[in-house]
Design a protein around this ligand. Structure first.
Ligand code: HEC
Ligand code: HEC
Length: 439
C-alpha cells in the first residue's frame, strides 16, 4: 500500500474510487511513507466510504485508527501556492523589498511553507500533545489570542498577551530590524520559532526530544524530504519551515488597501474616495496627528502600509511598569533622548486590530475605544515617554497625549476597523490541516 508515488498513483487509477483499502492496513512506519499518503486525494480515496467528498466523524475515526490513533494532516492534492504574496499595486516593489526580512538561506518555498503549516497546527510540538502554536494564535482572530494571557500546555498562563502574526515578513522599517516579541528578544523569525517550543509554560519541549518525537510521526519524514531534501527532522528545519509559513501570512486585502489602491499611489494623507467622512477624519488623525495638539500621528510609530513598528517605544501606560519590556534586557537606550528602555515595547502590526482584542503587552484594554481613551487622556509622564506625546506641552511634568474630542476618538476607531482583512481569516493556505475527531 505505501510503496511509492507510482504505486499510489497506479492504485488510484486501477481501483474504483471508494474501494476499501482499509481493512487490514497496519499502523504504517514513518520511514516508508510518501507525502502523497497525506493528500486529500489519497485520504479521501481510502477513507471517504460514503463518497461525499469529506470525512465524517466515523471516517475520521478510521483515519486515526489506521495511523495508530494520531491526528494526521490532510494536505491539498495540488499543493498550495505560498510564493505569490498578493500585494496591491499602490505599494511599490521597492518599498516592499526594503521591508522584507527574508534571509538568503531561507526563501519561502511551497513545500517548506506546507511543512511549516503542519508544524504550526501540530499539538505534538508540546510536551503532552495538547498545545500547538495555533492554540494561542488562532486564524479566526488574525492569529492572536482572545484571552488576556494564553494557556500553556499545562494550563499555566503566559505573562504577556499573545501577538497577531501578519506581515511578519515585512518588518524592516526606516532601515531598522526590530526583533520579534513585545521586548524584541528574538532577532529573527527563525530564532523566534524555537522559543515558545522550549518555553516552560507554553510548550515545554527540549530540542533533542522534539526532533526524536517528530521523527517517529509518520508524516514528518516525507514532509521534511519534500521541503529540505532529507527525511531527517532537525531543529533547523523546524524553525526554517515555520518561519517560511509565517512569512507567507501576508495581509493586504482590507478596506484600507482597496481604498488606497482606488485613490492611487501611497500618499496616505490624501482623502480616500471610498472612505466615509468619518473614516477619512480618523485616517487623517492617525497619519498626520491632531491639529493643535500634536503634529505627529499614530503613524509615527505604527507605520503604514504594514502598520508595524520600527522599534520599541514607551507609551506612558504606567508611571511604574510591572513588566519593563525592552528595559529588562539590559541594552543601552534605543533612543538617546531617553534615559533607559524601561517600559518600552514593540507592538505587532495594527492590521486586523479590530479582531485582536485585548490590547497592549498585558492585554489590559478590552476595546479599541479604551486604547484610544488612553492615548487621549491617560498617558502618564514616564521618563522614557516618546516625545511625540508631549511635543506641544510647555509643562514637562505633564503630557498632552493626543487629546481628542469624542468625535475624533470615534473617527480613529472607525479608521482602525478599515484595517481588517476578512480573506485572511478563512484562507485555506493558513487553516488547520489536521484530520481531528470532533472538537
Ligand atoms: C501558550 C501560548 C503560545 C504558544 C503555544 C505559542 N505562542 Fe507565540 N506568542 C505567545 C505570546 C504570549 C507572545 C508574546 C510573548 C512575549 O512578547 O513575550 C507570542 C509571540 C509570538 C510571536 C511574535 C510576533 C511579533 O510580532 O513579534 C511570534 C512570531 C509567535 N508568537 C509565533 C509562535 C509560533 C511559531 C509558535 C509555535 C512554535 C508559538 N508562537 C506558540 C503565545 C504563544
Ligand atoms: C510613540 C509611539 C506610538 C504612538 C505615537 C502611538 N502608538 Fe500605539 N502603540 C505603541 C506601542 C509601543 C504599543 C504597545 C504598548 C504596550 O503594550 O506597552 C502600542 C499599542 C497600540 C495598540 C494595541 C496593539 C495590540 O496589538 O495590542 C493600538 C490599537 C494602538 N497602539 C493604536 C494607536 C493609535 C490609535 C495611536 C494614535 C492615537 C497610537 N497607537 C499612537 C506605540 C505608539
Amino acid at each position: 500500500m505505501f510503496g511509492g508515488k507510482t504505486l499510489i498513483a497506479s492504485l488510484l487509477l486501477a481501483l474504483p474510487i471508494g474501494g476499501d483499502l482499509r481493512a487490514d492496513t497496519p499502523a504504517p512506519q514513518a520511514d516508508s511513507l510518501e507525502v502523497e499518503t497525506f493528500t486529500c486525494a489519497v485520504l479521501l480515496y481510502r477513507f471517504d466510504r460514503n463518497q461525499d467528498g469529506e470525512l465524517n466523524k466515523n471516517e475520521r475515526a478510521a483515519v486515526r485508527e489506521a495511523f495508530g490513533q494520531l491526528d494526521v494532516p490532510m494536505l491539498p492534492t495540488k499543493p498550495h501556492r505560498y510564493l505569490d504574496a498578493k500585494v496591491p499595486s499602490y505599494i511599490s516593489a521597492t518599498v516592499l523589498e526594503s521591508m522584507d526580512n527574508t534571509p538568503e538561506d531561507n526563501p519561502i518555498t511551497d513545500a517548506g511553507a506546507a511543512l511549516g503549516r503542519v508544524l504550526f497546527y501540530d499539538r505534538q510540538l508540546s510536551q503532552n500533545g495538547t498545545t500547538a502554536c495555533a492554540s494561542c494564535h488562532p486564524q479566526e482572530k488574525a492569529f492572536s489570542d482572545p484571552r488576556q494571557f494564553s494557556l500553556g500546555f499545562e494550563s499555566g498562563n503566559t505573562n504577556r498577551n499573545s501577538m497577531s502574526l501578519v506581515n511578519l515578513r515585512y518588518t524592516v522599517l526606516l532601515g531598522r530590524h526590530p526583533g520579534f516579541f513585545w521586548d524584541e528578544r528574538a532577532p529573527t523569525l527563525e530564532a523566534q520559532v524555537l522559543i515558545p517550543i522550549q518555553d516552560k509554560v507554553e510548550m515545554g519541549m527540549e530540542l533533542p526530544e522534539l526532533e526524536n518525537k517528530l521523527q517517529q510521526l509518520p508524516y514528518y519524514p516525507p514532509l521534511f524530504e519534500a521541503a529540505f531534501g532529507s527525511p531527517q527532522v532537525t531543529r533547523d528545519g523546524i524553525s526554517k519551515a515555520v518561519a517560511q509559513f509565517m512569512r507567507a501570512m501576508t495581509s493586504f486585502d482590507s478596506r484600507f488597501d482597496r481604498a488606497a489602491a482606488a485613490t492611487g499611489g501611497d500618499d496616505y494623507s490624501a482623502d480616500f474616495k471610498d472612505f466615509t467622512a468619518e473614516e477619512n477624519l480618523g485616517k487623517s488623525l492617525f497619519i498626520d496627528g491632531v491639529a493643535g495638539v500634536t503634529e505627529i500621528g499614530c503613524a509615527h510609530c505604527h507605520v503604514p502600509p504594514t502598520f508595524s513598528m520600527p522599534k520599541s517605544f514607551n507609551t506612558g501606560l504606567d508611571l511604574y511598569y510591572v513588566d519593563q519590556g525592552l528595559g529588562a534586557r539590559g541594552l543601552p537606550p534605543n533612543d538617546p533622548l531617553t534615559p533607559s528602555n524601561d517600559g518600552k515595547f514593540r507592538a505587532s502590526s495594527l492590521r486586523n486590530v479590530a479582531l485582536t482584542a485585548p490590547y497592549m503587552h498585558d492585554g489590559r484594554f478590552k476595546t479599541l475605544e479604551r486604547v484610544v481613551e488612553h492615548y487621549s487622556d491617560g498617558v502618564h509622564p514616564h521618563v522614557n515617554l516618546e516625545l511625540a506625546f508631549n511635543e506641544d506641552s510647555s509643562d514637562t511634568t505633564s503630557t498632552s497625549g493626543f487629546r481628542m474630542t469624542p468625535t475624533q476618538k470615534s473617527a480613529i476607531v472607525a479608521f482602525l476597523k478599515t484595517l481588517t482583512d476578512e480573506s485572511l481569516l478563512t484562507d485555506p493556505r493558513f487553516s488547520d490541516p489536521f484530520v481531528r475527531l470532533a472538537e
